[in-house]
Design a protein around this ligand. Structure first.
Ligand code: NAD
Length: 472
């Protein structure tokens, strides 16, 4: 198969390189000449584990090429994938699909022979209908089918996800398009095909519904973590206890500073807007968005409280800028809102991240970028772990203590044992954990618990059966 991949970002580059690795002939197109120059020079412009080697191997084998010239790549392609960005539109939170439409207009006049044009970008329901309309208006003679094929890969594990997906969703009811898409993905089937065909609109919605559900799950455990702190329970015990239930599952039950990244924030917001437009508001997702937004800033307040109530004129160290480990992506990362909150409170913020500092520099001109966690900790009144990079999991606590103005560790990913950290003379604050002397949970254990009211049971008619027991 000949494949054209429009957009050489996290999704386009990984998908293009993996398709080439399957044996297809792939041309990746990007409108950013600097990006294509870098790729021609053997430099991969994003950090994704294993990607540089995969790209080099397939370029070497002659199966993968890069260009800014869209027309020749599209002309010879059996399938053209649109994998350009769909960020939040400034002002109203709808998905900005102008790049998708710009690509569709360029593709239209370059089509030769039967071609399947595939929207791989995450796009609101109905976008592929509009892509088809644009192409047919610009080139009525084109023999083309527009299909939807949303991408589910995760940054940091993108190659594995692409090559061993849980499912591949293809939105088309056209038989010829079905054959092409089956052929494109055939090399990754072993016994059973993970291909799931649906209508184009259902495929578009599957992607948003999946991301919204995962974002909701994270937000759920974060709110449970807040409750754990009040009642003296450990959220990690609660997460294990509920995650063991197959109907719930243990993934995405890690309490932390709130979700971020290039997908969940923009996709939840876009879904909320789409649903409102269709007069079918999604209240659960609206609440998820609101709760998560407030949470990031609340984490800054948590750090300030741990440092003694004020950070004005004090240094605070922040470890981790990317929205998760093993990527250089800082888009919508919780670190950005947390650092903004610390700066607003008058702190000097010293940061370190293994891969994210280049991307963050332009967004955070006021912070001090440090070469190591220890350099960041120098003179700090608190050290906050915001991203759970492996490099931060086994820090030398005695060394840190010697460097800091006061030994305070705020572990927003719960990667340390509170007892261990406290044993090294630190004050420890985690998320939703009840095993630290400074946490409300432990304090609760020391004070007499207030009498709890008897449970109130309402029957189907709304009658309160607890009332009689309470009177008695
Ligand atoms: N990043 C992820 O983890 C992920 C996962 C699943 C789905 N998605 C979705 O995939 C899409 C792409 O995301 P991304 O993170 O790869 O974006 P990105 O911003 O990393 O890359 C987009 C690329 O497209 C290029 N581009 C824009 N307009 C173009 C045009 N008209 N012609 C050619 N190139 C053009 C840009 O220069 C850029 O290199 C988005 O819709 C996103 O929601 C992303």
């Amino acid at each position: 198969m000949h494949i054209a991949m429009i957009g050489c970002g996290y999704v386009g580059l990984v998908s293009g390189a993996c398709f080439a690795d399957f044996g297809h002939s792939v041309t990746c197109v990007d409108s950013d000449p600097a990006r294509i120059d870098a790729l021609h020079g053997g430099r991969v412009p994003i950090y994704e584990p294993g990607l540089a080697e995969l790209v080099a191997r397939n370029v070497e084998a002659g199966r993968l090429a890069f260009t800014t010239a869209l027309a020749p790549a599209v002309g010879e392609a059996d399938a053209v994938f649109i994998a350009v960005g769909t960020p939040s539109r400034r002002g109203d939170g709808f998905a900005d699909i102008s790049h998708v439409f710009a690509a569709a207009r360029e593709i239209a006049s370059a089509l030769r022979g039967f071609t399947v044009v595939v929207t791989k970008s995450t796009v609101p329901v109905g976008t592929s209908d509009e892509v088809e309309r644009i192409i047919r208006a610009a080139n009525p003679a084109a023999d083309v089918v527009v299909a939807s094929n949303p991408e589910f890969l995760r940054e940091g594990a993108a190659i594995g996800d692409f090559k061993r997906p849980d499912r591949i969703v293809v939105g088309t009811t056209d038989e010829r398009a079905r054959e092409v898409m089956t052929e494109v993905y055939r090399p990754l089937f072993l016994n059973t095909s993970p291909l799931l065909f649906a209508s184009r609109r259902a495929a578009e919605l599957i992607k948003y519904a999946a991301n919204a559900f995962l974002a909701m799950k994270i937000t759920f455990i974060n709110e449970i973590a807040d409750l754990c702190e009040k009642v003296g329970a450990d959220v990690q015990d609660v997460a294990r206890g509920i995650g063991a239930d197959n109907r719930i599952g243990s993934k995405f039950l890690h309490a932390g500073p709130g979700f971020g990244g290039s997908c969940f924030p923009k996709d939840t917001l876009a879904l909320v807007k789409t649903a409102q437009d269709h007069d079918a508001p999604l209240r659960l997702i609206e609440a998820t968005v609101a709760v998560n937004d407030q949470r990031k800033r609340a984490m800054a307040r948590r750090i300030i409280a741990a440092a003694g109530g004020s950070v004005r004129g004090k240094a605070v160290a922040v470890l981790g800028l990317t929205f998760k480990p093993n990527t250089d992506d800082v888009r919508e990362a919780p670190s950005l809102a947390i650092i903004r909150g610390l700066l607003d409170a008058g702190a000097e913020v010293r940061v370190h991240d293994p891969e994210g500092m280049d991307q963050a520099r332009a967004l955070l001109p006021e912070v001090v970028f440090c070469k190591s966690p220890y350099e960041a900790a120098r003179g700090a009144s608190a050290l906050a772990i915001v991203t759970e990079w492996d490099q931060f999991r086994a820090l030398g606590l005695p060394r840190l203590k010697g460097l800091m103005a006061q030994p305070v560790l705020v572990d927003l990913r719960n990667i340390y044992s509170a007892r261990d950290v406290i044993r090294h003379g630190f004050r420890y604050v985690g998320v939703g954990r009840g095993d630290d002397d400074d946490l409300p949970a432990a304090r609760l254990r020391r004070v007499r618990r207030p009498e709890m009211p008897a449970p109130v049971a309402l029957d189907g008619a709304g009658r309160d059966h607890g009332l009689d027991r309470r009177r008695a």
